[in-house]
Write a protein that binds this ligand. Structure first.
Ligand code: ZN
Length: 306
C-alpha cells in the first residue's frame, strides 16, 4: 500500500507529459534501467527480400533498438510476380519502415502500401539509372548484382534510414561508410582480376546479370531462361543453342536458384561448359554474405574466362 502514492504520481506525471505533447528524448521519466532503455524508441525495419536484408543488416549493425526482419524467406530469391501471403502482411503490420529494392521488383508494393498507409518506405534504387529489360517497357531491377549498383543502393538505404530515424542518423551513416569501404575494396579486387581477361562473351540466365556485365565489360550473347522459374520452350532452346554455336561461347553461367537442366542441354549440344554464377538473391543470414558470394563468383569467372 505504501507504493500506491508513487504509482499515482507516475501516472499523473505521464499524463502531464502527454498533455504537454512533447517529451524530450534522453530525459527518462523514471531512473530504472527498463525505463532508460525504452526512452529511445525501438524501430522495426522489414526488408523485402534477401539482398535488401543483407544491406540493411550492415547499415544497422550493432545499433541498439533496431530490429531487422526479412519479409520473405531467404530461399525465396527474386520477387518477380511474388504475391504477399497473409503471414507476410502480418509481418508488415508490426513494422514502421519497409526497405524495398524498387525498380519494379516488388510488384505487390502498391497493395501493401494501400493496406498500411503509415508504413514508411525506403527505396534502394531511387535515382539510379536503370537498364531496360527484354520487354521494352520494363526496367531491369537487378541493380545489386553489380558492385557499383550495390554501393549506390547501400548509400540510398543509409541516407533514407538516417532521415526517417534521426536519433540514430550518425550511426546509420558510420555503418554505411564502413560497408561501402568494404564493397569498394571488393570492386577493386574484381576489376584487377577480370579486366585483363581476353574472353568476355558469356551466356546467362533470367536477366539477373546486365548490371554486373556492364560493370566488368562482359558481353552477354544470350539469356537462356527469359521467364524466371520456367524452363525455356523447345524453340527457345534451339534458338539459344544456335546463338551459342555461332558466337563460339565457351562458358554458360547457370544460377544456383534455378534448375540447370536447360544449361546442361545447351552445354551438351554446343561443347560449352556450365558454371554457377550467383546473383546473391538467396544465401546465409550473415552480414558478409554478399561479399562472400561475389568472391566466389570472381573465382568462377577467373576460371571460366581464362
Ligand atoms: Zn530476378
Amino acid at each position: 500500500m505504501r507504493r500506491l502514492p508513487a504509482v499515482s504520481l507516475m501516472i499523473l506525471l505521464a499524463f502531464t507529459l502527454s498533455i504537454s505533447g512533447c517529451v524530450k528524448s534522453g530525459t527518462p521519466v523514471d531512473s530504472t534501467p527498463e525505463a532508460a532503455s525504452t526512452a529511445e524508441k525501438q524501430v522495426s525495419i522489414v526488408t523485402s527480400f534477401y539482398p535488401m536484408y543483407i544491406m540493411t543488416l550492415n547499415i544497422t549493425r550493432d545499433i541498439p533498438g533496431v530490429k531487422v526482419t526479412n519479409l520473405t524467406r531467404p530461399t525465396t530469391g527474386c520477387l518477380h510476380d511474388y504475391q504477399l501471403t497473409p503471414e507476410d502482411m502480418k509481418n508488415l503490420e508490426g513494422a514502421s519502415i519497409f526497405v524495398v529494392n524498387g525498380a519494379g521488383m516488388e510488384s505487390f508494393l502498391d497493395k501493401a502500401v494501400k493496406q498500411q498507409p503509415d508504413l514508411k518506405l525506403v527505396e534502394a534504387s531511387r535515382g539510379i539509372p536503370l537498364i531496360r529489360g527484354e520487354e521494352e517497357e520494363e526496367d531491369n531491377p537487378h541493380v545489386w548484382v553489380s558492385i557499383s549498383g550495390a554501393i549506390q543502393q547501400v548509400r540510398n538505404i543509409g541516407t533514407q534510414l538516417a532521415a526517417l530515424d534521426q536519433g540514430r542518423a550518425d550511426r546509420y551513416r558510420a555503418n554505411t561508410e564502413a560497408y561501402v569501404k568494404k564493397l569498394e575494396s571488393l570492386r577493386d579486387r574484381m576489376h584487377q582480376a577480370l579486366d585483363p581477361a581476353k574472353t568476355r562473351d558469356i551466356v546467362t540466365f533470367h536477366e539477373a546479370f546486365p548490371y554486373f556485365a556492364q560493370e566488368f565489360k562482359l558481353n552477354t550473347v544470350a539469356v537462356v531462361e527469359r521467364e524466371p522459374g520456367s524452363e525455356p520452350s523447345a524453340a527457345e532452346l534451339a534458338d539459344t543453342i544456335e546463338t551459342v554455336k555461332q558466337s563460339r561461347v565457351k562458358a554458360l553461367f547457370a544460377e544456383p536458384q534455378y534448375p540447370a537442366k536447360a544449361a546442361d542441354t545447351i552445354a551438351r549440344e554446343t561443347g560449352a561448359r556450365v558454371y554457377i554464377l550467383d546473383p546473391a538473391v538467396t544465401g546465409p543470414l550473415d552480414p558478409d554474405a554478399y561479399i562472400n558470394i561475389m568472391e566466389a563468383n570472381l573465382k568462377t569467372l577467373q576460371e571460366a574466362l581464362n
